[in-house]
Design a protein around this ligand. Structure first.
Ligand code: ADP
Ligand code: MG
Length: 236
């Protein structure tokens, strides 16, 4: 079952084609990995899917419903969650409060919203930190909190922007395991990731962007054999 369909998506900023005629599909229950050098248009693609940026051209469908042009709030309420490359937790609120802001969208009952938030905080392995302020967390823990905040709306599709970016090497495997656990729980995932080994390991399909264009799209095996990708990433 197709959960997301992106057709001929384009967006320019001044003279820069940040996304240039991008098309792809995501099958429910799978992970799509998105790779590409800095400035390739990866974060812009997320902004277009989630309504944070208006598209110049093209169409985004979620469960075959056209969601192009809807507001970020509306898109989120339909079941598309996202994390941001630049983390945005409420620094002076506790983890529990941070996640409850999201779970309140789904639960009008405070006890239920709290229980749901605690369940998610436990899922991301931060339960002992639930009463700590977000600013007290390490970068790796803040990444987990960012995932928990996105999960609080109970998304069917979760977009994650560089979850393992900016964290130290020893923190990465735990975050990768968390992404896998999230997939197992039934959430469909699109993840932007710089580390090619991680992308090859976790993705069912991979989309490679460069200068706003789709340069490759296929299974990890297909991508590994793609000349353009080899030149940009896998070469020596
Ligand atoms: P990536 O996430 O792959 O590093 P981005 O999507 O952030 O790339 O950026 C793609 C291009 O679009 C870059 O040249 C960037 O400077 C430009 N861009 C992105 N967002 C904006 C914006 N809001 N205003 C102007 N230019 C932007
Ligand atoms: Mg980016």
């Amino acid at each position: 079952m197709k959960i997301l369909s992106v057709e001929n998506l384009s967006r320019s900023f001044g003279g820069i084609k940040a996304n240039n005629d991008i098309s792809f599909e995501v099958i429910e229950g799978t992970i799509l990995g998105v790779i590409g050098p800095n400035g390739a248009g990866k974060s812009t693609l997320f902004d277009l899917i989630t309504g944070y940026t208006k598209t110049d051209n093209g169409k985004v469908s979620f469960f075959n419903k056209d969601i192009s042009g809807l507001s970020p709030d509306k898109i989120s309420s339909l079941g598309i969650g996202r994390t941001f490359q630049k983390l945005k937790p409420f620094a002076d609120q506790t983890l529990l409060e941070n996640v409850m802001i999201g779970s309140f969208v789904k639960e009008d009952n405070i006890k239920k919203a709290r229980d749901k938030a605690l369940e998610i905080i436990d899922f991301v392995d931060l339960i002992e930190k639930r009463h700590h302020f977000a600013r007290e967390l390490s970068t790796g823990q803040r990444k987990r909190l960012e995932m928990a905040r996105a999960m609080a709306i109970e998304p069917k599709l979760l977009l994650m922007d560089e979850v393992t970016g900016g964290v130290d090497q020893k923190t990465i495997p735990g975050l990768v395991e968390l992404i896998k656990k999230l997939k197992k729980s039934g959430v469909t995932i699109i993840t932007i990731e710089h580390n090619i080994n991680i992308i090859m390991e976790i993705s069912d399909n991979i989309l490679a962007l460069d200068q706003g264009k789709r340069i490759a799209y296929g299974t990890p095996k297909e991508i590994q054999q793609n000349e353009e990708v080899i030149d940009s990433y896998l070469g020596t």
